[in-house]
Design a protein around this ligand. Structure first.
Ligand code: ARG
Ligand code: ASP
Length: 689
């Protein structure tokens, strides 16, 4: 026993990731990390976290929709995720009479819960390493195309077998480490998921975009749903006869709270990271792509902000659009700054130098150079593509022409889209953005990358502004009634419209001049990474590698911890209701809290009510809504964000700065009780303390 322990400790000491607390680990292989987790304070076993033989914590975690995480908090299918993850559903149920976004929503009994057609939650049944099975039939000397077709056929066989095992199953084979490993993921997908509760946005989105990606944070970013199943507990389409799903496992809630230094882990579905790319790719991201996209978005945000601050109706129209433009804009700023601050390009170059020396005479020789050549060929095309996406494709009127053109034969669908478009459209914003982004397109793209059509048009008009004025004056798409009146017979009118012409000319340019090179080089790059990834693993056999995120279930573990964002400043890791009251300001939309919250606070006794906390768990987009779990496996928080100074963690993780932001579970309970007056929900929850 002793010897085994020693061997284990040795093994974990050897197989460390580069930076403490870095890593998004595969649940099925968590036995390889459990000793390290236990060293850091965890009191669970690997089987508690992931097991196919017994109920384990994995059975209480779901992929919520197709980009967030959620977790079960009762044995009657009650699920919690973020407010920003349920936002679309809450919005869809909202109207002027029932504005659930503004006022919140609380079902007071089961039959008041609101169905959400199209929304699914997926439980991971199991994940298996199927590398050998997938590559069975791949022979030495085969071409990549031949290898691909073997992989495809084998994967199809595996998923076919797996889905035949039960009701509501879907399966996917996912490449990990760029195709050095393959895992089969089998999910059970539930399709009847109902809205149970959501706080008003002034709590659920408190701080808005001002506080987004920031600490100190005071957002009550949660919403509650319930999963329904047929009478046999199987997935089913919505039906009144469905009953609450009885999960194999749900989380107990801990009301003890967290303190700096406490062990926590996050169990969820991070979407996409690129930790193993070369210095060339990091340089492109940090020095070219991010700064240019930030500059282009700043132009749009300035225009939006100007008009939104002048008119309440415009502010509402553009709040969601503005939020999504601002979200990535702010993230990229933190990412570019973090990459520069960590000196990642130079660090990677030094690493590549050592790698190249080691690789001499092996099959890995020349790989870094090859990747460098491929990037050199791809990047100008890719940048032009990114420009296209952040300029031409952001002009709303052009997007409308494309939607109408493709739906012309389906009048109902077309008209619904047209109505939705004009509900949130303010033409002066679009016109001003047109001028700003097309000006930038002209100024910053190299001549050889501009479409000939664009250059001719611009020369003919003399300026972007003149072109813009003419296009908006002549296009029929600025007139809602005219667009509604269009029928199948009007294809010519659509395709002769100056807005459609512009949309289409750029699309052709992208399809003919950019896409072929981008596809070809991207394919070659991914292929080269398969070898480079394996090379990195052979080069550092003592290092523990975790696969890049791909929206599959991962475990990230670390500690509750503050950070120093700048010299002389230290941020403590816990925020409280007192901070909400300090920020409260009825004149600032993002900080205008509900009167009830003011009253509750004024009545006293809630000064130290915890709201959010920070930890070192390595998370990414998609981890929103993930359970944050304590050393005993109990729920202490709900993950919803990271601090912007640490958003380079998708590329490179800095244990000093990278922090995930979570809602303290006790603030969820506070809201259920005091804001929603829905304490009946406590009856079905299980409390650890
Ligand atoms: N930054 C978080 C994430 O990437 C939250 C975004 C939603 N909130 C907002 N104010 N836009 O998803
Ligand atoms: N806010 C992100 C999400 O929605 C989480 C993150 O990027 O840290 O998934």
């Amino acid at each position: 026993m002793k010897r085994k322990l020693l061997a284990l400790t040795l093994a974990t000491a050897l197989f460390q990731p580069l930076h403490a607390d870095e890593g998004m680990w595969l649940p099925a292989l968590i036995s390889q990390r459990i000793a390290d987790m236990q060293d850091k304070g965890c009191r669970l076993s690997a089987e508690d976290i992931y097991s196919v033989n017994q109920a384990s914590l994995k059975d209480a975690v779901v992929l919520f929709g197709s980009g967030c995480t959620g977790e079960l908090i009762s044995d009657e299918g009650l699920l919690v995720t973020n407010h920003h993850c349920g936002y679309g559903q809450i919005q869809r149920h909202s109207s002027v009479e029932h504005d659930y976004l503004k006022d919140g929503f609380w079902a007071m009994r089961r039959n008041e819960e609101l169905p959400n057609p199209g929304l699914t939650v997926s439980f991971l049944e199991r994940m298996d390493d199927v590398t050998a099975a997938v590559l069975n039939g791949v022979l030495p000397g085969m071409s990549e195309a031949q290898r691909d077709s073997v992989v495809k056929v084998r994967s199809a066989e595996l998923t076919h077998q797996a889905t035949a095992e039960g009701k509501g199953l879907t399966a996917r084979v996912e490449p990990l480490f760029y195709g050095n490993q393959y895992f089969l993921y089998v999910y059970r997908v539930f399709r009847d998921v109902r809205l149970v509760g959501a706080p008003p946005s002034s709590i659920g989105k408190f701080g808005g975009d001002t506080d987004n990606w920031m600490w100190p944070r005071h957002t009550g970013d949660f919403s509650l749903f319930r999963i329904y199943a047929d009478k046999d507990n199987n997935p089913a389409d919505y039906s009144e006869d469905n009953v609450p799903y009885r999960p194999k496992r749900s989380f107990r809630i801990s009301r003890k709270g967290v303190q700096e230094g406490d062990f926590t882990f996050v169990y969820g579905c991070p979407g996409s990271t690129r930790e193993y790319v070369t210095s060339d790719e990091v340089r492109y991201i940090g020095e070219v792509s991010d700064p240019q996209k930030i500059a282009l978005r700043t132009l749009r945000l300035n225009v939006q902000k100007k008009y939104m601050s002048q008119d309440q109706a415009v502010r509402i129209q553009y709040s969601s659009k503005n939020a999504s433009v601002a979200n990535a804009w702010k993230k990229w700023q933190g990412e570019a700054r973090g990459i520069a601050k960590m000196n990642t390009v130079a660090e990677k170059q030094a690493y590549e130098q050592r790698f190249r020396q080691w690789a001499r005479g092996t099959r890995y020789e020349g790989l870094v150079e090859k990747l460098g050549d491929l990037y050199a060929r791809r990047n100008p095309y890719y940048l032009a593509y990114e420009y296209y996406m952040e300029t031409v494709r952001t002009i709303e009127l052009l997007q409308l022409t494309a939607a109408v053109q493709s739906k012309l034969s389906d009048k109902k669908a077309k008209d619904a889209q047209v109505e939705a478009f004009f509900k949130d459209y303010y033409q002066p914003i679009d016109e001003e953005i047109f001028a700003a982004v097309m000006e930038a397109f002209d100024q910053h793209l190299p001549e050889s990358f501009k479409p000939a059509w664009f250059k001719e048009k611009l020369a003919a008009y003399g300026s972007v502004a003149t072109w813009r004025d003419d296009l908006f004056a002549r296009s029929l798409f600025t007139d809602k009634e005219k667009v509604l009146n269009l029928t199948e017979e009007d294809l010519d009118r659509v395709e002769n419209d100056p807005a459609w012409e512009m949309y289409n000319a750029f699309l052709q340019w992208y399809a003919e001049e950019l896409r072929p090179v981008i596809s070809e080089t991207t394919r070659a790059i991914t292929l080269a990474y398969r070898d480079y990834m394996q090379g990195q693993m052979d080069f550092e056999p003592g290092k523990a590698f975790y696969p890049d995120a791909n929206l599959t279930l991962r475990v990230a573990y670390g500690h509750v911890r503050g950070y120093a964002p700048a010299d002389g400043v230290y941020y403590r890791p816990v925020s409280t209701l007192k901070g909400i009251i300090e920020k409260d300001n009825p004149d600032i939309f993002d900080y205008n809290i509900p009167q009830t919250l003011r009253d509750i606070y004024a009545a006293g006794g809630h000064d130290s009510q915890p709201v959010c906390f920070l930890a070192t768990n390595h998370t990414s987009g998609g981890n929103s809504g993930s359970p944050v779990i304590n050393a005993d496996g109990d729920l202490v928080g709900i993950n919803f964000d990271r601090v912007w100074e640490g958003t380079m963690s998708d590329i490179v993780y800095d244990p000093e700065i990278c922090r995930n932001i979570s809602l303290d579970i006790r603030y969820l309970l506070f809201n259920i009780e005091h804001i929603g007056h829905a304490s009946y929900l406590f009856d079905e929850m299980k409390f650890a303390d």
